[in-house]
Design a protein around this ligand. Structure first.
Ligand code: DC
Length: 223
């Protein structure tokens, strides 16, 4: 089984994907990591993230091992990493260079320790539209910018990253704008995606809804 979960930043995709991956024994690919890795590598090596050709070179050299190493850096998840990721992800050549790595993951899905999985679960912006259009179940998880900014602000506070709610909200809106207006793979739901608005739902309610949809799908696949 392949599941995709797309949607804007801090909508609850990661929590949902992590829970479903454990429940259904699916290997999890957080695809934002590939763009964060390229963006951060460029920041650390003092390259210009707006230069598409330089970004493409970095993207072509990316491996899972390198990505996991970069993920250890504290700026990987900070707004520095997020902003760099958002800029490099708008380059069509970067998206193209990173596509195979993402698609290959579902051909032979395995957990980090090498154990085979029953399938794959992706989270990102275009996993149901571009990376895995053949996925069995697709979700588009969303919430209002204010709700998402408050969630992200609390995460930053817990990690001791200094910022303000107003700054996080302004960054979130700017990122939404870039992600949805860019020419290459703009953020939008796949026509066959189920939309889950998490603004007024608890995480337990979102998980319950998603599980109901997955069991309906499993029943229809068994027929
Ligand atoms: O989900 P995230 O915040 O880690 O994503 C970082 C950036 O990468 C975000 O600005 C959008 C981009 N991204 C993308 O363009 N396509 C994906 N499949 C995943 C992330």
């Amino acid at each position: 089984m392949i599941i995709t979960i797309d949607g804007p930043a801090a909508a609850g995709k990661g929590t949902l994907a992590g829970t479903l991956s454990r429940k259904y024994n699916l290997a999890y690919f957080d695809t934002g990591m590939v763009y964060r890795a390229v963006g951060l590598e460029m920041v650390l090596t003092r390259q210009d993230v707006t230069d598409e050709n330089s970004a493409e070179r970095v993207a072509k050299d990316l491996t899972f091992q390198k990505m996991h190493m970069l993920a250890e850096n504290r700026d990987f998840r900070s707004d520095v990493g997020g902003k760099a990721a958002s800029v490099v992800s708008a380059h069509p050549k970067v998206r193209k260079a990173l596509l195979k790595m993402q698609q290959d993951f579902s051909l032979n899905p395995t957990f980090a320790d090498g154990t085979p999985a029953a399938g794959a679960i992706y989270d990102g912006r275009d996993t149901g539209t571009v990376v895995c259009p053949q996925a069995d179940v697709k979700f588009f998880v969303t919430a209002s910018p204010e709700v998402r900014a408050m969630r992200r602000f609390k995460e930053f506070q817990q990690k001791g990253i200094e910022t303000t709610y107003e700054k996080v909200l302004a960054d979130m809106k700017a990122r939404d704008e870039r992600d949805s207006q860019r020419a290459a793979a703009p953020l939008k739901p796949a026509p066959d995606a189920v939309i889950l608005d998490t603004s007024a739902l608890s995480i337990e309610e979102v998980i319950k809804k998603a599980e109901e949809i997955i069991s309906q799908k499993q029943k229809s696949l068994e027929k």
